[in-house]
Design a protein around this ligand. Structure first.
Ligand code: NAD
Length: 254
């Protein structure tokens, strides 16, 4: 698919990676519907989009709300005059060990159900609902295209991230399952698994933990959103790329 033909929903587009993809697609002449819970971020993205050759539409979206998603997809299809793709990017962290012993009191503490569920709801169930509804709309309108899932190298396992690891590994696994299911309709599914990238998500990390991680990256630096956009662009443009998840991590997960 050519970027200037793209009519894509991008979730989590108000900040970080999703915002970068939205701007790059609109720079290339594509159309974007930006969905996010952060309304102020969406408003500033729409402003930024006004100077670009393509078009950025935006409306608030909570991907974890099944009732909201179907109607949102129909609206996006109308707003862009069609819909041929999704970058399934919205994600949150609620890090913590599954079980830990409090250093001071010796008490054994467990990850709460809420901490587990919040991440599963957004990063896995939300990503699944919107992929389902986008594909349903594409089949209804006989439109070919591509779903790009944003996984993470945490899918290989990462201490303190059971909830996030489970969601991102499942998303990579379903990239294969969905590619098999949707291929008869001319719809590809691909996944990109970023390593450690400079965004508000990683800027919120403890500085010591962040420095230790960066020191372990073979490429010798933290990734930039543009490093991931190059991979997302490949997943959109290469019509023969299907069902696979690529790690883009400067070698960190080797
Ligand atoms: P970010 O926090 O800057 O952006 C995430 C966006 O998702 C935010 O704008 C947030 O408001 C939005 N969001 C959160 N919950 C939502 C919901 N329920 N519905 C809709 N939008 C919601 O983070 P980022 O680093 O840009 O991350 C983007 C994606 O890349 C995430 O899926 C993340 O897990 C993944 N990722 C990031 C890194 C990294 O190092 N930054 C590494 C691997 C994977």
């Amino acid at each position: 698919m050519r970027l200037n033909d793209a009519k894509f929903i991008i979730t989590g587009a108000a900040s970080g990676l999703g915002r970068h993809y939205a701007v790059r697609l609109a720079e290339a002449g594509g159309q974007v519907v930006a969905g996010d819970v952060n309304e102020a971020g969406l408003a500033s993205l729409v402003e930024e989009g006004k100077s670009l050759p393509g078009k950025i539409h935006a409306r608030p979206l909570n991907v974890a709300s099944e009732g909201e998603v179907g109607e949102y997809v129909s609206w996006a299809n109308e707003a862009m005059g069609g819909l041929n793709g999704l970058v399934n990017n919205a994600g949150i962290l609620r890090d913590g060990l599954l079980v830990k012993k409090d250093r001071k009191t010796g008490e054994v503490l467990k990850m709460s159900a809420a901490q587990w569920q919040a991440v599963i709801d957004v990063n896995l169930t939300g990503a699944t609902f919107i992929a389902r509804d986008v594909v349903a709309k594409m089949i209804e309108t006989s439109t070919k295209g591509v779903i790009v899932n944003i996984s993470s190298i945490a899918r290989h396992g990462n201490r303190g991230q059971s909830n996030y690891t489970a969601a991102k590994a499942a998303l990579a696994a379903n990239t294969r399952t969905w590619s098999l299911e949707f291929a008869p309709f001319g719809i590809r599914v691909a996944a990109i698994a970023p390593g450690m990238i400079e965004t508000p998500m990683t800027q919120g990390m403890n500085q010591k933990a962040r420095d230790a991680l960066v020191a372990n990256i073979p490429s010798g630096r933290i990734g930039e959103p543009e490093d991931i956009w190059i991979a997302v662009r490949f997943a959109i443009e290469c019509d023969y790329f299907n069902g696979r998840c690529i790690d883009v991590d400067g070698g960190l997960s080797m």
